[in-house]
Write a protein that binds this ligand. Structure first.
Ligand code: HEC
Length: 138
């Protein structure tokens, strides 16, 4: 019997076609795809912590306290603590990053490395160093 397998395959195809109302399924998928867009944009906001760690941590330390070796090399390196942060607003911090501080070998300008929006994200992250331990970061 050669005909039998052919019939089985045909039956399977017909059954699948009837059993799947593909239109409503497609609509479901489209709905999800549209919903994903705002989440995607949100994920693109600059990550102040990552930028700080890449550009500043080497000299200013993980939480704003410069490592000993850096203090020896740059005696004037600024401690980014609550006392200092009370004196500067976010705009000043962005200006400091844009212009650099002291001589070129001290703290150079970051204007070729970061956009103003990224610098503002770094400034926001630095603010958290001034908060008491255990307080919410939000
Ligand atoms: C190569 C080491 C180095 C790196 C990297 C560095 N800094 Fe500095 N920073 C310094 C030194 C040194 C000073 C003090 C300069 C002076 O007073 O002459 C300073 C000073 C500062 C001050 C105080 C400025 C003032 O007016 O009192 C701030 C705020 C600051 N840095 C933030 C940052 C941020 C934010 C980053 C990363 C984007 C960064 N620094 C990266 C070395 C560095």
């Amino acid at each position: 019997m050669i005909i039998r397998p052919t019939i089985v395959v045909l039956l399977a195809v017909v059954t699948t076609a009837i059993a799947s109302p593909s239109r409503s399924r497609d609509r479901g998928l489209t709905f999800h795809a549209n919903n994903a867009v705002p989440g995607y944009e949100f994920a693109q906001a600059p990550d102040g912590k990552a930028l700080y760690e890449e550009n500043c941590r080497k000299c200013h330390g993980v939480k704003g306290t410069p490592p000993k070796a850096i203090k020896e090399k740059f005696p004037k390196v600024q401690m980014l603590d609550d006392v200092f942060l009370a004196k500067v607003n976010d705009d000043s911090l962005v200006k400091i990053m844009t212009k650099g501080v002291g001589k070129a070998e001290d703290m150079k300008s970051f204007k070729d490395k970061m956009t103003p929006v990224e610098m503002a994200a770094v400034a926001k992250y630095i603010r958290e160093f001034a908060k008491p331990k255990g307080s919410s970061t939000l």
